[in-house]
Write a protein that binds this ligand. Structure first.
Ligand SMILES: Nc1ncnc2c1ncn2[C@@H]1O[C@H](COP(=O)(O)OP(=O)(O)O)[C@@H](O)[C@H]1O
Ligand SMILES: [Mg+2]
Length: 229
């Protein structure tokens, strides 16, 4: 059974009599432990697809089975629980709380699932250690470089042991050297923790770190294949 099983998904946005077919007919299987890059021009549906995979949005039609559960049938609170347990999100702009320390940012997902304070702290520190930022635990985001802020976001994404990480242009705000370091970290997490990684990028150098590339155009998948190393 695939970890992610998407069948004939469509997403339509309507404004009066104007209609945007953001996703036309997407079917894809993703196995546990894959490392996938998603490429395609602006407006081709990449973020819409990621939002559906992350249970942040629902398709207009089609079926999404995540780890054996049909997402269509789940209620709001069940979806929130799945997001918290199974999915870590990483964004281009890091999306950290500016007034909270690195450690507090990483603890955040555990505030929502009732993890006791001591365990929260221990898990957050070990996630920060894993991304190489233990000595910055008490810094605020403004006291960290872009690459360090993205590491904090990655620690936050993995702290609940989520099996899936969804990253939408995670290196988009970083210079190429820092972007490469972040990608090396993703490669390591994928290899060592068997985390399934799905990341959107428009840079070939970044996609080259993945093992499978899916290409979007106008709401459809036009290519899906292995990345040659
Ligand atoms: N919330 C929304 N409301 C209306 N239209 C949207 C919304 N989100 C995306 N779209 C439209 O859907 C299409 C796909 O957008 P998106 O998934 O953001 O593409 P990408 O991430 O590949 O740039 C675009 O035409 C975009 O304008
Ligand atoms: Mg986008």
């Amino acid at each position: 059974m695939a970890l992610i099983d998407v069948q004939e998904i469509k997403k339509v946005y309507k404004f009066g009599d104007l209609q945007v077919d953001a996703l036309r007919d997407i079917s894809v299987f993703i196995e546990k432990g894959e490392f996938i890059s998603i490429m395609g021009p602006s407006g081709s549906g990449k973020s819409t697809f990621m939002n559906i995979l992350g249970c942040l949005d629902k398709p207009t039609s089609g079926q999404y089975i995540l780890d054996g559960a049909n997402v269509d049938n789940l209620k709001r609170d069940e979806l929130a629980e799945i997001r918290n347990k199974k999915i870590g999100f990483i964004f281009q702009g890091f999306n950290l709380l500016q007034r909270a320390s690195a450690l507090e940012n990483v603890e955040l997902p555990m505030l929502y699932n009732g993890t006791p304070a001591l365990e929260r702290r221990e898990k957050a520190l070990s996630a920060l250690k894993l991304v190489g930022l233990l000595e910055r635990a008490h810094h605020l985001p403004t006291q960290l470089s872009g690459g360090q802020q993205q590491r904090v976001a990655i620690a936050r994404a993995i702290v609940n042991d989520a099996p899936i990480i969804l990253a939408d242009e995670p290196t988009g705000n970083l210079d190429s050297k820092t972007g490469a370091e972040i990608m090396e970290l993703f490669v390591r997490l994928n290899k060592e923790s068997n985390i399934t990684l799905i990341l959107v990028t428009h840079e070939h150098d970044i996609a080259a770190y993945s093992r499978r590339m899916v290409r979007f155009l106008d709401g459809s998948i036009i290519e899906d294949g292995r990345v040659n190393k």
